[in-house]
Design a protein around this ligand. Structure first.
Ligand SMILES: [Mg+2]
Length: 184
């Protein structure tokens, strides 16, 4: 059986942007992305993103994510730029990313997150976990109605970022899938 997918948001789970500026979380060095580089024509950077870019990242998150047994995939407005600016800081290899295309940041009438439909399409029936700070009830309904395999929509507080209990939950979901099929 293929490993489950782990759709990985950046802003919130990996970069706790909502932490108060004067209270940088312990263990998170500050990364400053040179915006002029990030927004160049070949950067893969979404054109809608603006403003000074201070990112807090925890170098321990990369190894912890790799140890979970998932196939990691960026699911973020950074899209391919995550491989340039985020992955190397965390010790992650280049990862595939979901290309949101025209659905990037576009509000939906049904209230589901703009990422939701693209993630379900990308998964194409494979079990997945989605780590993000913005899922809501409409996303659970959307996934339940359109995705026949197990899915874990795992919410992370953007003031805190990923912590041990999040990794425990993700490992537990992967283990539950292995138990279902009797294979790992
Ligand atoms: Mg986010």
């Amino acid at each position: 059986m293929a490993r489950p997918l782990l759709f990985l948001d950046v802003d919130g789970p990996l970069s706790p942007y909502a932490a108060r500026p004067e209270r940088r979380p312990e263990g998170y060095p500050t990364i400053r992305v040179p915006l002029e580089s990030a927004t160049g024509p070949d950067s893969g950077w979404p054109p809608l993103r603006r403003g000074p870019l201070r990112v807090w990242l925890h170098p321990g998150h990369g190894p912890a994510l790799l140890a979970l047994g998932y196939e990691l995939c960026w699911a973020t407005t950074w899209m391919s730029a995550a491989n340039r600016w985020i992955g190397p800081v965390l010790g992650l290899p280049p990862l595939p990313f979901v290309d949101f295309g025209d659905s990037l940041l576009r509000e939906r009438a049904d209230g589901a997150h703009w990422k939701c439909e693209a993630l379900v399409a990308y998964a194409d029936g494979r079990p997945f976990a989605w780590v993000d700070d913005e899922q809501g009830d409409a996303d659970h309904a959307h996934v339940a109605a359109r995705h026949p395999a197990p899915a874990l929509l795992h919410h992370v507080n953007p003031r805190i970022g990923l912590r041990n209990d999040d990794f425990t939950a993700l490992a537990g979901f992967a283990a539950s899938l292995a138990g279902r099929t009797g294979t790992v």
